[in-house]
Design a protein around this ligand. Structure first.
Ligand SMILES: Cc1ncc(COP(=O)(O)O)c(C=O)c1O
Ligand SMILES: N[C@@H](CCCC[NH3+])C(=O)O
Length: 417
């Protein structure tokens, strides 16, 4: 929790009482702590202080401009997966030379936009993508800097939906095929080979899969050197996990030590693409209890936040801690905390013990800073909620709550109806 702590019975975000934010901005609301964002970035950055490196924050985890700006101010770059994310990062003032572009489905227009912008490199995920890059770059008279995203076939031992570095995954190019693709890239007129990249999965709670992947990449590097291909960058992706419940992921410093031990003699500039590790525990989602209900077999607490606001429990069965904004409940109950959405999968908490919440109680769902707002939707025609940044004793709305009118913006009823 750290910057989300109780003072007496009241939950605070840094120096601001959470209830004061809700009173001003409404419920539900995402609340982020600037101090936590900065602490997490600095922990990751200093873990690699001994070697040239850039922390390219993975925008998908939380793409609010204020979050991006926080990391950019600390010297960070970004990892993007779409033209939209590039636009956001540029709005926030990123140095294009600190942008890496991952993703299996880059479109021509997105490639052209990134080339015009002058990003550092594309992490190439397939043979055909390499051809597209060469072609689009030639058409607009630019050179595309690339790394091949290598799939090292390492099991990150995490949730199957967020495992990316196994042979069966759609991501990257299998390590046995990588040399062949580097060979093709070397012959392409509009491609400049800059690096090697891999990202094996998300929410890793051990260092060993990262180390196993690096060992495989080092063998590939040797093969590339034999072909006369030198690179400058080694992009090791993101994936370092956080504590949601009882996980004990390595600290950034330990992750750094293990990685530096493997990479220190390579003479390469390291790139990292952390997402969750920087923002996950820097944010909470606060909702309000609308109703309590005793089902036939279960207790339900029905809140005004649902799977459209925080999709992770519904999508992955993932755990988010629960904390009353004011601790004045009598005892605890076992049950589900559910949202208003018309889906049985719409739960934020499933079969757990939590305080005996009553109507009107505000409830914080913890560790919601990563893949929270960014995965939210308008399902059930629910406007997306506001986001707030806290810094010391100040807070500001960094994204306004959508209005119902926003929900139909751009829609029209055709004249033939
Ligand atoms: C290519 C790439 N880089 C970085 C990340 C960020 O991952 P994480 O939030 O686990 O650090 C992801 C998501 O897993 C990704 O797909
Ligand atoms: N959305 C996932 C992480 C996806 C990682 C994306 N590469 C989560 O909420 O845990």
């Amino acid at each position: 929790m750290h910057h989300f702590q109780y003072k007496g019975d009241e939950l605070f975000a840094e120096e601001v009482a959470v209830k004061d934010i809700v009173a001003k901005v409404g419920s539900p609301v995402y609340i982020y702590s600037q101090a936590t964002l900065e602490r997490h970035f600095k922990a990751m950055d200093s873990a690699f202080a001994a070697t040239p490196h850039t922390i390219c924050y993975s925008v998908k985890a939380n793409s609010n401009l204020a979050v991006l700006k926080t990391f950019i101010n600390l010297g960070g770059g970004v990892d993007i997966v779409s033209g939209g994310e590039l636009f956001r990062a540029l709005q926030a003032g990123v140095d294009p030379k600190k942008v890496v572009y991952s993703g299996v489905g880059k479109r021509d227009d997105e490639i052209a936009y990134a080339l015009e912008t002058g990003i550092l490199m594309f992490n190439v995920e397939s043979e055909l993508e390499l051809d597209r890059l060469n072609e689009v770059a030639g058409r607009i008279g630019k050179k595309a800097g690339i790394a091949i995203r290598v799939n090292p076939d390492v099991d990150p031992e995490t949730h199957p939906y967020i495992t990316t570095g196994l042979k069966k995954a759609k991501f990257g190019i299998n390590i046995e095929r990588a040399l062949e693709q580097y060979g093709r890239a070397k012959e392409m007129a509009n491609i400049e080979i800059l690096g090697i990249d891999c990202h094996i999965g998300s929410q890793l709670t051990k260092v060993s899969p990262f180390v196993d992947a690096i060992k495989k990449l080092k063998r590939l590097l040797t093969g590339m050197q034999d072909m006369g291909i030198q690179v400058k960058y080694l992009d090791l992706g993101g994936g370092l996990g956080i504590q949601y419940n009882d996980e004990a992921p390595p600290l950034p410093a330990d992750y750094g030590t293990s990685i530096l031990a493997e990479t220190k003699d390579l003479g390469l500039h390291l790139l990292f693409e952390p997402g969750r590790n920087l923002v996950g525990n820097a944010g909470i989602l606060v909702g309000t209890c609308l109703y309590t209900k005793k089902g036939e077999e279960k207790n339900f607490v029905i809140v005004d936040a649902g799977m459209n606001d925080l999709a992770r429990p519904a999508l992955y069965g993932s755990f988010h801690g629960v904390a009353p904004v004011r601790k004045d409940q009598d005892g605890s109950i076992v049950g589900d905390i559910v949202g208003p959405i018309c889906e049985s999968g719409d739960f934020l908490v499933k079969e757990r013990e939590f305080p005996n919440f009553k109507q009107g109680d505000q409830i914080a769902f913890l560790s919601a800073g990563a893949y929270g707002f960014t995965m939210s939707s308008n399902y059930n025609s629910r406007p997306r909620v506001a986001e707030v940044m806290v810094k010391g004793d100040k807070f500001e709305v960094i994204r306004e709550r959508e209005k119902v009118e926003d929900l139909v913006r751009g829609e029209s009823i055709p004249s033939f109806l």
